[in-house]
Design a protein around this ligand. Sequence first.
Ligand SMILES: [Mg+2]
Length: 170
Amino acid sequence: MKRILIDMDGVLADVYSRLFELHKEVTGELLCQDDVAGKLEEEAFPLQRQWVMSAGFFRSLPVMPGSIERVRKLNEKYHVVIISLATEFPASLTDKQYWLHEHFPFITWRQIVFCGDKSLVKADILVDDHPKNLDTFEGETIMFTQPHNLYLTTRHRRAGNWDEIERMLL
Ligand SMILES: [Mg+2]
């Protein structure tokens, strides 16, 4: 069975929806995709680092549309491992684990890797939104489209949503 690594933020968790909400709450300004496209999250949202370091931020994120059913199907065909750069933000660790248990209850604790460097984990396929993680991966790579990577040209196959991942992998 092939092993597939699936990133959380920007792939399973819709971080941007929450960042747009918080930005509106704090500044009154309603940003849209075009305002933040091509910028890293911390460039697009000046308070991003403060928010992601707060307890509860990752617990509150909406689920990426279509992801639950597709991960459930992938879980029958592949060895699915959910991977997240979480140790940089200690408050995120329990938030992320409870979030996974709530929304993806079929993912067991053996299938979760919280780390600070994704290149430490070997697998056949990596689905991630950040080129910095995909570039060093030795297997098949799929870049999940998010505003920050919208204009990037890379060697990675691009998936715009979970329908496309289903067509690629299922
Ligand atoms: Mg990510």
